[in-house]
Design a protein around this ligand. Structure first.
Ligand code: PLP
Length: 481
């Protein structure tokens, strides 16, 4: 494809995208297909000869689209949002069309220099003190891996990469059980081993890790000759928004010389609103913080920002400089590939620059404040509805609930059935979690284009579907003795 044909199909894709976004409300949120249904329609051998674009595009609409779950749908209340504000989509088109490999300063100076600038814009926007610098990683999982590798190398006095872990002291890392599984994976991949991720009990309204228990665990490990390396705290955990007392954890990290990484992948976006910053009070004591503008803020996936207090430790852990990657004759440049595990990097800063300029912080704050207010109002409404109960109170715009009508024998099975029925209905999309062993339905409001009416509609759908399960006799009641 070249010349006029490229122009034609690019325009067609842009028009299709605008129509798609405008008609999202008419579509079921979650794909309504069965496993294998899409694969069945795709040829099982690759084409030997070129096919016309008209046919390829028509197949996209007919065969692929029905199997898509619409993450930009205003009534997507599942997981966490993966917002792609239209302006960030426009920036992504430009990035895609230039398709630059931005691994080194010289492979696109603008990408590096804009990244440094927007990272500092975000530092200011989140109220972080000067002195934090940062990098855009592809995902929070990668940022956490980079932080865990840094903890490891720092604790091993920079010998782990060279000598490996055998024969080294047993490394220990501490977190509560509210952290995302990306923490477990980072511990696996870093060679530290799941058994050395010490789970500290958590409790209270926000399920914060018990600081006294954390200190006791560190002391016990030292006593046994183990090597405490770092702590991973969370602000806005995935299940129900678990949030640690960062000031207390940071004080312990400092006391024992441990590296502190804070995962605020989802909740970090809310810190552009000063009134929510109490959730991470003490954050200036962290060594590394990750937050995903690709979740709530509106920067198209992938875009995960890692703030770092001492980038030298990260670079010392990850930088590798063969001759073919050196830039000679330029001082003071940053090569961001030395700050991350992958070498290749997309130009991710452009969509942040477009997003922040097109909406302004005030526009983004309004969106987040609305989401929080609407989630709180919905939680209050559900709590007041007969037969429903809240399982976890709102943390920002996330809460969980369950349907507990009288006489139901197996509430877990009933709520599983309810969440499936809601998603089969298609008007909204919800997912589940377990809270203290009990099945609960999660609800988060965070879609870039959600309106108050969408949240009100969600209540209607939940109540209607729950009632229809009861009427259809699908609610198992206690058998009379
Ligand atoms: N941390 C938290 C709290 C999350 O909720 C998630 C994903 O939802 C992650 C980390 C992983 O994010 P990513 O997909 O960017 O690796």
């Amino acid at each position: 494809m070249k010349g006029e044909e490229f122009r034609h199909w690019s325009r067609k894709a842009a028009d299709w995208g605008a129509d798609y976004r405008e008609t999202l409300r008419e579509r079921p949120v979650r794909a309504q297909t069965q496993p294998g249904e899409i694969a069945m329609q795709i040829a099982d051998i690759p084409p030997e000869v070129a096919e016309p674009m008209e046919q390829i595009f028509a197949d996209f609409e007919q065969k692929i689209l029905p199997g898509m779950t619409h993450w930009q749908h205003p009534r997507f209340f599942a997981y966490f949002p993966a917002n792609a504000a239209p302006v960030s989509v426009v920036a992504e088109y430009l990035v895609t069309v230039m398709a630059a490999q931005c691994m080194l300063w010289q492979t696109s100076p603008a990408a590096t220099e804009l990244e440094t600038r927007v990272i500092d814009w975000l530092r200011q926007a989140l109220g972080l003190p000067e002195g934090f610098s940062g990098v855009i990683q592809d995902s929070a999982s990668s940022a956490t891996l980079a932080a865990v590798l840094t903890m490891r190398e720092r604790a091993l006095e920079w010998q782990g990469n060279k000598e490996g872990l055998s024969g080294q002291s047993r490394l220990r890392i501490y977190s509560s059980d509210q952290v995302h599984t990306s923490i477990d994976r980072a511990i696996w991949v870093a060679g530290i081993g799941e058994d050395n991720l010490v789970r500290i009990p958590a409790g209270g309204r926000f399920r914060a890790m018990d600081a006294a228990a954390l200190e006791t665990a560190i002391l016990a490990d030292k006593e046994r000759g183990f090597l405490p390396a770092g702590i991973i705290a969370c602000v806005g955990g995935t299940s129900v928004g678990g949030t640690d007392d960062i000031a207390a954890v940071a004080a312990i990290a400092q006391k024992y010389g441990l590296y502190l990484h804070v995962d605020a992948a989802w909740a970090g976006s809310a810190m552009i609103c000063p009134e929510f910053r109490h959730f991470w009070a003490g954050i200036e004591g962290a060594d590394s913080i990750v937050f995903n503008p690709h979740k709530w803020l509106g920067a198209q996936f992938d875009c995960s920002v890692q703030f770092i207090r001492d980038p030298d430790s990260l670079v010392r852990t990850l930088a590798i400089k063969p001759e073919y990657l050196k830039t000679h004759g330029k001082d003071g440049i940053i090569n961001y590939s030395e700050w991350s595990v992958p070498l290749g990097r997309r130009f991710r800063a452009l969509k942040l620059w477009f997003l922040l300029r097109a909406h302004g912080l005030e526009g983004l704050r309004t969106m987040i404040r609305n989401h929080v207010a609407w989630a709180e109002a919905l939680a209050t409404r559900i709590a007041a509805e007969p037969g429903f109960e809240l399982v976890s109170e709102p943390m920002l715009s996330l809460f969980s609930f369950r349907h507990a009508p009288e006489g139901v024998v197996d509430l877990d099975a009933h709520n599983q059935q309810l969440v499936n029925a809601i998603n089969d209905d298609g008007r909204i999309y919800l997912t589940q979690t377990r809270v203290d062993g009990r099945f609960a339905i999660r609800f988060q409001v965070g879609q870039f284009e959600a309106e108050e009416q969408d949240v009100a509609d969600a209540f209607k759908v939940i109540a209607e579907v729950a009632a229809s399960l009861e009427h259809e006799g699908n609610v198992k009641t206690v058998e009379p003795a």
